[in-house]
Design a binder for this molecule. Structure first.
Ligand code: SF4
Ligand code: SF4
Length: 113
């Protein structure tokens, strides 16, 4: 399991969570950040520092339609070929080396809230 970033991050992206993550598994999209569900070690450090209270553990998403939607969407950020890219991100092993991805999933790209 991993932690997941929800809709409250969209268009905020203050990056506090990135600095808190011990394994550098929080990747920067265009409007939102995304946690790699394979690389996350489930430590919870990011949840504590997010000023928007956007981050939740995936294990608590069951039964909450919005959290389930963002749990799926977060995985898809890494498994889909995002706009402007020629392959999925996969599991790069560190967000710092990847840098700003400059794209979002369709859900986040089209999000109006
Ligand atoms: S700390 Fe919260 S609002 Fe800031 S980038 Fe991370 S998830 Fe988004
Ligand atoms: S739970 Fe820990 S390892 Fe996972 S994204 Fe948050 S800070 Fe990083």
């Amino acid at each position: 399991m991993s932690y997941v970033i929800g809709k409250e991050c969209i268009d905020v992206q203050d990056q506090s969570c990135v600095d808190a993550c011990p394994v550098d598994c929080i990747y920067e999209g265009e409007r939102k950040n995304y946690i790699n569900p394979t690389e996350c070690i489930d430590c919870g450090a990011c949840e504590l520092v997010c000023p928007e209270i956007a981050i939740f553990p995936a294990r608590r998403a069951r039964g909450n339609a919005e959290w389930e939607q963002f749990t799926t969407d977060s995985a898809e950020f890494f498994s889909l070929t995002l706009p402007g890219r020629d392959a999925p991100l996969g599991d790069p092993g560190g967000a710092g080396a990847v840098g700003a991805v400059g794209a979002d999933t369709p859900l986040v790209h089209d999000w109006e809230g």
